[in-house]
Design a protein. Structure first.
Length: 253
């Protein structure tokens, strides 16, 4: 059985839903053309018109904004924002070029929404909002579990964000304002307060932040390679527990 390409599947379903609304008898050839695929590709993915109609009934319409973000994440995972054009994004999302620019006028705006929507920083800030007065041995495990859980679900996104961050592209620099500085300030601020309270060793807050997040990020980003090359298969919960113990012990006075 041929593995379906989720992007092609989504493009065809989106195009078909819009065209069938106007003409219930619209031919498959027009649906394929509107979706940007060949008839052969259509039949490889769906097999028949009836199968397409079943897919349309089963799958609820996905808002254009969500489709664009999903498409951007898939494309960005291949090499950052510079790896695709807005036209390619429109095709991947199954929307018009005008829709992409209406939702995200620039790549900076697109990148900002990807970071806000998919990164672990907002959940981490929620952890601090609920537990910000508690000691590091309580809060740090909550933060590391949050970053590990979300990171394992969104490795490709983190990789794409890292590509942009390392390149310090204008789109990335503009796009992360204001979410990322606020999130890092919140975590760094917590660590600074714990230093002032004598609970963790004094150091620059940025270094403490890197000590907290670095081991988790490195593990998540390198785990696919470790699984393939050395057969590493430790459950992420166990990995997080062991790394967290090292982090907490290293930061403690």
């Amino acid at each position: 059985m041929i593995t379906q390409d989720p992007t092609i599947h989504r493009q065809v379903v989106t195009a078909a839903r819009e065209l069938l609304r106007e003409d219930p008898q619209v031919p498959i050839s027009r649906i394929a053309t509107e979706a940007g695929v060949s008839r052969a590709t259509f039949y490889r993915h769906f097999g028949s018109r009836e199968a397409l109609l079943r897919a349309i009934q089963i799958e609820p319409p996905v808002p254009a904004r969500e489709r664009v973000l999903t498409g951007a994440v898939e494309l960005m995972g291949r090499g950052g924002l510079g790896a695709f054009s807005m036209d390619e994004l429109a095709m991947a999302a199954g929307v018009s070029r005008a829709t992409v620019y209406r939702l995200f006028p620039t790549k900076a705006a697109l990148f900002r929404e990807i970071v806000r929507h998919y990164s672990p920083f907002e959940p981490a800030m929620a952890v601090l909002a609920a537990h910000g007065d508690e000691p590091p041995d309580i809060v740090i495990p909550l933060l590391t579990r949050t970053f590990a859980t979300i990171g394992m679900q969104r490795t490709a996104i983190l990789r794409g964000v890292l590509v942009e961050a390392l390149a310090v592209t204008p789109a990335a620099e503009t796009g992360v304002q204001p979410l990322l500085p606020d999130a890092l300030a919140a975590i760094g601020g917590y660590l600074l307060r714990q230093m002032q309270a004598g609970r963790i060793r004094p150091m620059h807050p940025l270094l403490a932040l890197q000590a907290l997040l670095g081991p988790i990020f490195i593990h998540v980003l390198t785990r696919p390679l470790a699984e393939r090359v050395v057969g590493f298969d430790m459950p992420i919960a166990d990995v997080t527990e062991q790394l967290t113990a090292t982090i907490v012990g290293g930061l403690a006075l």
